[in-house]
Design a protein around this ligand. Structure first.
Ligand code: GDP
Ligand code: ZN
Length: 364
């Protein structure tokens, strides 16, 4: 019988549990020829990172501590972050070094709240942004919409997990409410306590997933239920006097037992809205309505032939949702106004190109 597929696998296929693909393998070929090893950043600290690599000699997966300064030291958008794919020089001295980062498919960026305007990348190469919402109390739909806009903005596919299903009887009823606030988004009902819905959740998130949501929403509990494994990294570092020393850190990226990868970084949990494209996607129902307004520059306040006002009048669009949309839009503009001139200019260009159908129609 034919077995032992691992004998026939590509050298880096052991990384597939971390999301490595044939496409990445091809992209990496020239770097491999240069003697570099592919790896995924599972935790990033100032100037260093823990990188999951396939040991070229033993063929085993292991985590190495690597110097990230060759690819960036300032807190810029291109700074290495959890989830990045990297080319690692394992032979570098005095410690392995990240020599290059592979292009990112998606990025989750923290907005510049009272800080530098260019934002900071919190997670890279994310396929699904899973928004945890507790069923223990009535969901705040405005908050869900804010998270959804952020998720769309990242380029990843949003998904909602209604958690703590064991605490309520009317989960499906609430689910319908949330679905109306989340066009194009799968809404699942789960319980880490009973295990309800976890198999479906696993099946719906085969790639790299980040978990966001309000404090107390059940993110840690869900993460533990999904990872089921120990979350610590013990590593050997060197003091300046050359003596060995053990440090223990928490990793922020986990290869899940049944496939898929979960990223859980503390900073991700309080991310704000950034930019405008995500907002348009989170409110695609309103955007779609606005296309039917008689006037191209309809403000949806009093114009005749306004499709948005008509939908509000006949109840197919809820007042609450419209208000939430306008509020988030004002917030976005405030963020944009705080940015420095160059970046604001860039963002406006992007904003205009991507949402030109919207801008000018719906203005708070
Ligand atoms: P986080 O702040 O989002 O990480 O939330 P936690 O995971 O710390 O959970 C907050 C609280 O909700 C804790 O007291 C958990 O025990 C509880 N909790 C989390 N998941 C469930 C669940 O599925 N069922 C019930 N009944 N409680 C849960
Ligand atoms: Zn209108």
């Amino acid at each position: 019988m034919f077995n032992a597929t691992s004998d026939f696998a590509a050298p880096s296929s052991g990384l597939s549990g971390y999301g490595w693909t044939a496409e990445l393998d091809e992209l990496f070929a020239p770097l491999a020829e240069a003697g570099l090893t592919p790896g995924r950043l599972v935790r990033v600290d100032r100037g260093q990172a823990d990188v999951a690599v396939l040991d070229p000699e033993s063929g085993e997966l292991r985590t190495v501590r690597a110097d990230t300064r060759p690819v960036g030291s300032a807190e810029t958008k291109d700074n290495p972050c959890t989830g990045d794919w990297a080319a690692v020089d394992l032979a570098a001295t005095p410690m392995p070094a990240v020599s290059a980062l592979l292009p990112r498919s998606t990025a989750i960026i923290r907005k510049g709240a009272g800080m530098r305007s260019d934002g900071q990348v919190l997670a890279a190469n994310v396929d699904t942004v899973l928004i945890a919402v507790s069923l223990a109390s009535d969901p705040d739909l405005g908050r869900v919409e804010r998270f959804l806009a952020l998720a769309w903005e990242s380029g990843a596919q949003p998904m909602v997990a209604l958690t703590k299903a064991d605490l309520v009887d009317d989960a499906d009823f609430i689910r319908e409410d949330v679905e109306r606030a989340a066009p194009g988004v799968t809404v699942l009902v789960v319980s880490a306590e009973t295990g309800e819905g976890l198999d479906v959740l696993r099946a719906c998130t085969p790639g790299t997933t980040v978990l966001i949501g309000q404090s107390g929403a059940g993110k840690s509990t869900l993460t533990n239920a999904l990872t089921g494994a120990d979350r610590m990294i013990v590593q050997q570092t060197r003091d300046s006097d050359g003596k060995g020393r053990h440090t223990t850190t928490t990793r922020e990226l986990f290869a899940l037992p049944g496939g898929g990868v979960l990223i859980d970084t503390p900073g991700l949990r309080e991310v704000g809205l950034y930019g405008g494209e995500g907002l348009a996607q989170a409110f695609s129902d309103i955007e779609g309505l606005a296309e039917d307004c008689r006037f191209h520059d309809c403000s949806h306040r009093s114009e005749p032939g306004c499709a948005v006002l008509a939908a509000l009048a006949d109840g197919s669009l809820h007042e609450r949702r419209m208000e939430s949309y306008l509020k988030l839009q004002r917030e976005n503009e405030w963020i944009a106004s705080r940015s420095d001139a160059r970046l604001a200019g860039e963002r406006t260009k992007l904003w205009k190109a991507r949402t030109k159908a919207v801008r000018g129609r719906v203005r708070p």
